[in-house]
Write a protein that binds this ligand. Sequence first.
Ligand SMILES: *[C@@H]1O[C@H](CO)[C@@H](O)[C@H](O)[C@H]1NC(C)=O
Ligand SMILES: *[C@@H]1O[C@H](CO)[C@@H](O)[C@H](O)[C@H]1NC(C)=O
Ligand SMILES: *[C@@H]1O[C@H](CO)[C@@H](O)[C@H](O)[C@H]1NC(C)=O
Ligand SMILES: *[C@@H]1O[C@H](CO)[C@@H](O)[C@H](O)[C@H]1NC(C)=O
Ligand SMILES: *[C@@H]1O[C@H](CO)[C@@H](O)[C@H](O)[C@H]1NC(C)=O
Ligand SMILES: *[C@@H]1O[C@H](CO)[C@@H](O)[C@H](O)[C@H]1NC(C)=O
Ligand SMILES: *[C@@H]1O[C@H](CO)[C@@H](O)[C@H](O)[C@H]1NC(C)=O
Length: 422
Amino acid sequence: MRSTMLEDPTTLEKPWVTTKDPYARIAYFLTYSVAFLGIAASALRIYFGYKSVPLITANLCMVLDEDFTSDTDTTFGPNGNWFREVQLGGFGNGEFEMTTSSSSNSYTSDGYLYLTPTLTSDIIGMDSILNGYTYNLTDCTYNQTNPEALPGSSNSTSFDAAAYYQSCGAVSNSSTGAVINPVQSARITTRQSASIKYGKVEVRAKLPRGDWLWPAIWMLPVNNTYGPWPMSGEIDIMESRGNSRSYPDQGIDYVRGSLNWGPLSFLNAVSKTFGWWTQRRTDYGESFHTYTLEWTEQFLRIYVDSRLHYMLELSFNEPFFTRGDFPSVVQNGTQPIVLQNPWVNGTNATPFDQEFYLILNLAVGGTNGWFPDNAGDKPWLDNSNTAMRDFALAQDQWYPTWGSNGESSSFMVDSVKMWQIC
Ligand SMILES: *[C@@H]1O[C@H](CO)[C@@H](O)[C@H](O)[C@H]1NC(C)=O
Ligand SMILES: *[C@@H]1O[C@H](CO)[C@@H](O)[C@H](O)[C@H]1NC(C)=O
Ligand SMILES: *[C@@H]1O[C@H](CO)[C@@H](O)[C@H](O)[C@H]1NC(C)=O
Ligand SMILES: *[C@@H]1O[C@H](CO)[C@@H](O)[C@H](O)[C@H]1NC(C)=O
Ligand SMILES: *[C@@H]1O[C@H](CO)[C@@H](O)[C@H](O)[C@H]1NC(C)=O
Ligand SMILES: *[C@@H]1O[C@H](CO)[C@@H](O)[C@H](O)[C@H]1NC(C)=O
Ligand SMILES: *[C@@H]1O[C@H](CO)[C@@H](O)[C@H](O)[C@H]1NC(C)=O
C-alpha cells in the first residue's frame, strides 16, 4: 500500500509560497512604516525639545564665591560678604521669629554656614514672652535697610516712626495678647557686597527639619525701580517647610521656586509663576542639594541639582502686565482704583531687569498663608489677633520636632556662588 502522504513533495500545491497574500504585504508594510514613523517622530521631539531649552550663552563673571571657611566674625564683619538683618516685625509676612546678630543664630563652623533657631524663652523665660516685658533690639538694622531713616539723611522727613518701632521693639501684654517673638533666628543678605542683573546663582544647602520652620534662598531688588514690593519683583530660588513628609501641604520633601510681582502692594501674581520639585523616598533635610537660578533677558529658570528637576522655567515672551491678566479696576477697601501698568516703559523682562541681591534666612511660622490654616495641627489661625501668642503657647508641641542637638533644625549652607552676565 502506498501512502498518499509520501507523494512527491514537489507536486504538492503550496500557493502561499508562490503568490504572497496581498493582505500580509500590507500588514508588513504598515507595521514597519508605523514603527519607523514612531522612531522618527521621537527623534524630532528629542531634537526640538533639546533645542528649545534655553541656555545662558553669554559669558558669566563671578561676583561672589563664598565657601564659609572664614570664622564667624570675619564672615559677618565689615569686609565679609554677609550682612545680618536684625528685626522683629515679621517682615511683611507676620513671621514669628526675631532675627538677631547673635552667633547663636548665624555662624560658620567646619566650612559650613549655620542659620540656627533658638528659643527666646531660654533667655527671658516664657512668662516674660507672654506678659509685662519690653524687648528692644539695640542693634536693629531697620535704619540701614531704610536709608531715609538714618539720622542726618537728607530725606529724614520720610522716617516712618511707627514702622521703625514695630520692627525694632515689642511689648508683651496678656490682656492685649501681644507677645515677644518666641523664636530667635537669622536673616543674612549680600545687600552690601554682591548683586546681579542677569546671571546665575548656585547655593548648596541642607534644609532644616522641624515643624513650622521656613527656610528660604531668595532675592530682592537693590533699588525698588518700579515701586515698593511687589511692584519691583522678588525671585524665590528655594522655599520649603521643615514639617515632616506626612504634613499634608508639602513638607520637607518639597522645594518651591517662584517669582512675586504685581502692580499694587496687595496684588501679587505669584500664583502665575511658581512650581516645585519633590523627592520620592527621601527629603531635602537628609543631605545637601544645589539650588540654582539661571536668569537672562530672555528667560528665567529655577532648579534643584539638575535642569531636569526644574521648579520654574519661564520664557520672557510677553510683558508681565499681560501675563498677569489683571482686572482693569480693583477695589482697595471701598475705593475703586483704575489699575496702572508700572512696567509700561520696560521690556518683557521688566520688573526682572534690575540688580537683585541674595537673602538666606530661616523664618518660623507666619500669617501670610505659607502654612495654610487647619493643616498638620497648625496651632494658630492666620487672621487671629493672637496668632503669635497661640504659637508661643504651643511650644511644647513644635519644639520637640526640631531635634535635640540644634543641628537638624539648622539651615546649613556649604557654598554660595553668584555670576553676572558680562
Ligand atoms: C496691657 O494692655 C492693657 C489694655 O490695653 C493696658 O491697660 C495695660 O496697661 C497694659 N499693660 C502693660 C503692662 O503695658
Ligand atoms: C533710627 O533712626 C531713628 C530716626 O533717625 C533714630 O531715632 C533711631 O535711634 C535710629 N535707631 C538706630 C538703632 O540706629
Ligand atoms: C524721600 O522718600 C520718599 C519715600 O521713601 C520718596 O518717595 C522720595 O522720592 C524721597 N525724596 C528724596 C529727595 O530722596
Ligand atoms: C522699645 O520698643 C517699644 C515697642 O516698639 C517702644 O514702644 C519703645 O519706645 C522702645 N524703647 C526704646 C528705648 O527704644
Ligand atoms: C540704587 O540707588 C542709589 C541711590 O539712587 C544709587 O546710588 C545706586 O547706584 C542704585 N543702585 C543700583 C544697583 O541701581
Ligand atoms: C489703599 O487704601 C489704603 C487705606 O485707605 C491707602 O493707604 C493706600 O494708599 C491705598 N492704596 C492704593 C494703591 O491706592
Ligand atoms: C513712561 O514714560 C513716559 C514718557 O517718558 C512717562 O511720562 C511715564 O511716566 C512713564 N511711565 C512709568 C510708569 O514709568
